[in-house]
Design a protein around this ligand. Structure first.
Ligand SMILES: Nc1nc2c(ncn2[C@@H]2O[C@H](COP(=O)(O)OP(=O)(O)O)[C@@H](O)[C@H]2O)c(=O)[nH]1
Ligand SMILES: [Mg+2]
Length: 377
């Protein structure tokens, strides 16, 4: 099945290549396209194809437009139990479909078309930024699943091995990862050559990337419980440190005196941390007025900083071992300061509304997978 949005130009080539790959393989197949009401001639193209190929298009006319929900819909309505999911833009070679299906005969629940397993490849033309982005995003998902390309959108599975689809909570693009993690599916990888799309435009954007982080956080919560929130907070802290450093050095390069640069660089870093924690680490908490929450986060950060530096000074002044090895005090200070910042953030900055009587907010939140309100998606 293929989720589609504005892929009219790709559909004929896709269907033809799938047909060529499967005819003569002995595999009985149908191509299900779940389209989010593209209005670009996709429906007409599918109708034309359906005249001589087993092609069926389902159009979702109700919002929200959503790739993952489209895939789940396609899985539900398929005629066969074995289902291959792939993109319409020919990034995923249809010629590998038989290998994916064949792999399902082994000891696995899901066969993933993988770019990063040995033998797999990506298009030569990727910029360094895109490579780093892709590797970074993949690395973040690695602890969740035993798969070198957990973000792949090209996979085969047997519907009978899946968990209850109603229980799934994908936010964004990575439905394969969602199925892998929540279904606890055993994965095998099939190497693929990943090609860049020729026609049409990618629907990946900053919002989707943010959704990916939120999705990851949910899956981490699911797998690792409360530790996941600490980890997310820590990762946001690290990214804030990078911003701090970039501004600190950048401003000096622009001629600012180093103490002033130090003072100024704190603000973009703390603001970034506040925003990312709001959108990812604590995205299941009720939204509060940004300015007030930002100010509270600044306070939490300053308290954390105070504890960090204060404990460093105290330890190196009064404890012999730290006086001897100040680097230990440096790290301990960071851990203590970060811990305090996390506590204050959890209990004060991103707290549940105190007005919620009887903890009704808490009920949804106790389930770490609570679906956020619509406007947050
Ligand atoms: N039904 C549906 N399909 C989508 C949506 N967004 C993207 N797609 C399809 O999902 C596949 C992957 O999307 P693409 O834009 O190529 O993402 P990229 O490969 O990450 O750049 C393509 O077949 C798209 O047409 C959506 O909102 N709804
Ligand atoms: Mg694509």
């Amino acid at each position: 099945m293929v989720p589609t949005f504005r892929e009219a130009d790709n559909l004929p080539v896709l269907a033809r290549r799938i047909d060529a790959a499967l005819s003569g393989s002995g595999i009985e197949w149908e191509l299900i396209l779940v389209d989010d009401d593209s209005g670009d001639g996709s429906e007409e193209a599918a109708e034309k194809l359906a005249q001589h190929l087993p092609v069926r298009m389902e159009v979702r006319r109700e919002p929200p437009r959503d790739l993952s929900l489209s895939v789940l819909h396609g899985i539900r309505i398929g005629r066969f139990d074995r289902i291959v999911v792939m993109d319409a833009d020919l990034s995923h070679p249809p010629e590998r479909i038989p290998d994916l299906i064949c792999a399902l005969d082994g000891e696995c629940d899901m066969a993933v078309g993988s770019r990063y397993v040995s033998g797999g490849r990506i298009d030569q033309g990727w910029s360094l930024w895109r490579l780093l982005n892709s590797y970074g995003a993949t690395l973040l998902a690695r602890p969740l699943a035993d798969c070198s390309d957990p973000m792949s959108g090209f996979f085969a599975l047997d519907r009978r091995m899946l968990p209850d689809l109603e229980q799934l909570r994908p936010v964004g693009y990575k439905i394969g990862l969602e199925l892998m993690v929540r279904g606890r599916l055993r994965v095998v990888e099939v190497p693929i050559d990943f090609a860049d799309r020729d026609r049409g435009a990618s629907k990946m954007n900053l919002r989707q990337q943010l959704n990916y982080l939120r999705h990851l956080k949910r899956l981490y919560l699911y797998r690792f419980g409360g530790l996941a929130r600490v980890l997310s907070f820590g990762m946001v802290g690290v990214s804030g440190f990078v911003i701090d450093l970039v501004f600190y050095l950048g401003l000096q390069a622009l001629g600012l005196e180093h103490r002033l640069a130090r003072f100024v660089s704190f603000w973009p870093a703390v603001s970034w941390n506040w925003w990312l924690n709001r959108r990812v680490t604590f995205d299941d908490r009720p939204r509060q007025a940004p300015t007030r929450q930002w100010a509270r986060f600044v306070i939490a950060s300053l308290v954390g900083l105070g504890v960090n530096v204060g404990s460093y000074l105290a330890l190196t002044s009064y404890v012999a071992v730290f006086a001897r090895y100040p680097l230990f005090a440096f790290f301990l200070g960071i851990a203590l300061g970060g811990g305090i910042n996390f506590l204050v953030s959890t209990l004060y900055v991103y707290r549940w509304h105190s007005a919620s009587k009887g903890g009704s907010n808490r009920e949804t939140s106790a389930c770490s997978d609570a679906v956020p309100p619509r406007e947050e998606r």
